[in-house]
Write a new protein. Structure first.
Ligand SMILES: *Cc1c(COP(=O)(O)O)cnc(C)c1O
Length: 329
């Protein structure tokens, strides 16, 4: 088949590796969204995961696969925040040194959190790609092991464990709304769900401001996009011009990728807070935002993945109070 992919067996193996290291998060019905859609709508409360996002699934699985020599040398990653947090936490549990590289666009609260979790921090450049260059240097000069945020089979399989849980909790699921940036979450969830329930649709959702995966799918190959500020800051960053796994998997397994405006993302955050009593970050709000915008048609139960909660609380307050939330670029 040429295309490199991740199988259901690898995802089931990942589940054995991460059990006890991550939380099995609940899937709950949303009465308000169910009424709006005239269908059962469920929320996968993955923002309650340890470290505040699903990224702990992939990071824990990747660490479980390291040799003792690799653990001795340490791990490194470029991260817009949540992957760095997850890797720092997972590595500290194993007693492994972590150096996290990130661009200046990453919000200060995320940088501080990662430092508190025990990682060393390097701030480099204005883009994910600049941060990645520093990671490459640490790998070639100091022998650290890179744990990438999405384009890696162990990461994809780890994120895919969430797909197993969704099918267990909502066996007749018709449509799953999954936030997409680099596509590790979407690829893993889609690989698990399409293997267990081929008729289920997987709809990716991202922000209009710099959606690299959607631009790449439109171009037929990975392309660069300009990074810009978004409420969904965890969805920023490219997919890598040398993408090996997630581009092809997302292309082959997802049914569509929708893009939301900043106001539609803000509406998702506000709805989660006012109606569901959940504090979520912009990236996690795109599924709810897409439903509220009227962009989702389904023939049966819908599951929206709430992927993280690591939002600056001052910004969250501005959003839910309806104040101006845009940041200066
Ligand atoms: C990383 C992240 C995403 C996007 O995941 P990808 O695997 O890069 O597509 C979505 N939501 C949150 C909260 C994240 O941290």
């Amino acid at each position: 088949m040429g295309v490199q992919t991740v199988t259901l067996a690898e995802i089931e193996e990942a589940r054995r590796a991460v059990t006890g290291r991550i939380l099995r998060t609940p899937t709950v019905p949303s009465p308000s969204l169910s009424e709006l859609m005239g269908l059962p709508v469920h929320l996968k409360l993955e923002h309650r995961q340890t470290t505040g996002s699903f990224k702990l699934r992939g990071a824990s699985n990747a660490l479980s696969r390291l040799s003792s020599e690799e653990k001795r040398l340490g791990v490194t990653a470029a991260s817009t925040g949540n992957h760095g947090r997850a890797l720092a936490h997972a590595a500290r549990l194993e007693g492994v040194r972590t150096i996290i590289c990130m661009s200046r666009l990453v919000p200060a609260n995320k940088v501080d959190e990662i430092r508190r979790l025990g990682a060393e921090i390097r701030i480099v450049g204005n883009s994910q790609d600049d941060a990645q260059e520093e990671v490459d240097r640490l790998v070639s000069e100091d022998g650290l092991v890179m744990v990438p945020p999405f384009d890696n089979p162990a990461i994809i399989a780890g994120q895919g464990t969430m797909g197993l849980e969704i099918v267990e909790d909502v066996p007749d699921v018709d449509t799953i709304l999954v936030p997409v940036s680099g596509g590790g979450l979407a690829a893993g969830v889609a690989a698990a769900v399409k293997a267990l329930r081929p008729q289920a649709k997987i709809i990716g959702v991202s922000m209009s401001a710099g959606a690299a995966m959607r631009a790449s799918l439109d171009a037929g190959r990975p392309v660069l996009v300009e990074e810009s500020h978004s409420l969904a800051d965890s969805l920023g960053g490219g997919i890598g011009l040398d993408n090996r796994f997630t581009f092809a998997m997302v292309r082959d397994l997802l049914d569509d990728i929708l893009l939301l405006s900043e106001d539609e993302i803000a509406a998702g955050i506000s709805h989660a807070y006012a109606m569901e009593r959940e504090i979520i970050e912009g990236a996690a709000a795109v599924g709810i935002g897409a439903i509220l915008a009227g962009g989702i048609e389904a023939a049966g139960p819908v599951v929206a993945i709430l992927s993280g909660r690591n939002i600056d609380m001052k910004q969250h307050r501005r959003v839910v109070c309806g104040d101006a939330y845009r940041q200066e670029a």
